[in-house]
Design a protein around this ligand. Structure first.
Ligand code: DCP
Ligand code: MG
Ligand code: MN
Length: 337
């Protein structure tokens, strides 16, 4: 059958082939002749392949499959879907909203407003919309920021930031959080906690400030995007790149006092859906979980509004928080809901 293009019922790549075929229909209707040809070729190759293609090296080794199609195949196998296809299935107005919502600093509400005003492209926004400085950076580096970061690159960022930090203060630790701590093979951004077991939060604020200054001097940081400062911690959002010419990446720093490290690790490891489920669990037990700790006896008013933080139950020990909530500990790799 290699040359008939027939799909045998036992072909292990049936799912991949069916999604690529839908994508082929999209490109055919867009009259994209170049992609139409390469999708046809790839589909025909897969139809005559008897092994299940699941990895990038396997895919790229097949005749007629280049880097782009190879990563599409890996995306289908590992997520059971293809984002590009789902995007193509949206109606045109939703496609525009999705495009705008992909800008750093533009939420769904703002994206809908831009679309309602008749803006259709990123260029339309640059020319006519009023954007914050951070949103402007978001538009300029739209493709970079929407690209996943290979795990190995995040490891390199970790090394670079740790080295800079050590040159400022040996005793402050940095830890990579977010999807990286969950073991992801690629990450949307770089999430870093700065902490020190016995430091006052004000001391850590100063360390963060010095670190940011140094990293800008080293031309590692390329833009500051937002700062949220509380007495209990600081969140700094920015952009960085490993070297000149490499893609810009989003980077987030969170400063955490030593006594809150367990709760902060839990929060910043995520994922966000898992966090929501843990908070719900806490509230069912009459407690409250946030990035600073697990609390009890939170006083609430008639409309459930919070009147006091309550009493701290646990904040230093991540595992204890699971225990107190009565759920088995889940290692970071399993914290996906
Ligand atoms: N977080 C949360 N709720 C949010 C945003 C973040 O609970 N609305 C927590 C859980 C996330 C963590 O912060 O895991 C880091 O946020 P990111 O947006 O960086 O998300 P991830 O690192 O999990 O994924 P990605 O690889 O896309 O960055
Ligand atoms: Mg992240
Ligand atoms: Mn982040």
């Amino acid at each position: 059958h290699p040359h008939t293009g027939q799909l045998s019922p036992t072909n292990p790549n049936t799912r991949t082939i069916s999604i690529l075929t839908e994508m082929l229909q999209v490109y055919t209707s867009l009259q994209d002749q170049w992609r139409t040809r390469s999708y046809r070729l790839a589909i025909s190759t897969l139809k005559s392949t008897e092994t299940h293609i699941t990895t990038y090296p396997q895919a790229i080794a097949l005749p007629g499959i280049g880097p782009r199609l190879a990563s599409k195949i890996v995306e289908i196998v590992s997520t059971d879907r293809l984002q590009r296809l789902e995007y193509a299935k949206l109606d045109p107005q939703d496609q525009i909203i999705k495009l705008f919502n992909g800008i750093y600093g533009v939420g769904l509400v703002q994206a809908r407003k831009f679309a309602a005003k008749g803006y259709k492209t990123l260029d339309d926004l640059v020319e006519s919309a009023s954007l914050t400085d951070a949103q402007k950076v978001g538009v300029e580096h739209y493709d970079d920021f929407n690209q996943r970061i290979p795990r190995s690159e995040v490891t390199a960022h970790d090394a670079l930031v740790s080295k800079a930090l050590k040159s400022i203060d040996e005793s402050v630790e940095s830890h990579i959080m977010g999807s990286y701590r969950r073991g992801a093979k690629d990450c949307g951004d770089i999430d870093i906690i700065l902490t020190k077991p016995s430091a006052q939060i004000s001391e850590l604020h100063e360390t963060l400030q010095s670190l940011i200054t140094l990293l800008f001097e080293q031309k590692y940081l390329t833009a500051g995007l937002s700062i949220a400062r509380h007495d209990d911690g600081t969140k700094w959002h920015g952009a960085c790149r490993l070297e000149e010419g490499k893609p810009w990446r989003r980077i987030d720093f969170l400063v955490v006092p030593g006594e809150e490290i367990g709760a902060a690790f839990l929060y910043f490891t995520g994922n966000d859906v898992f966090n929501r489920s843990m908070r719900l669990l806490a509230s069912r037990k009459g407690m409250r979980l946030n990035q600073r700790g697990l609390w009890k006896d939170v006083m609430r008013g008639n409309n459930r509004e919070k009147l006091s933080e309550g009493t701290l139950v646990e904040s230093r020990d991540e595992k204890r928080i699971f225990e107190i909530l009565g759920v088995p500990y889940r290692p970071p790799e399993h914290r996906i809901c």
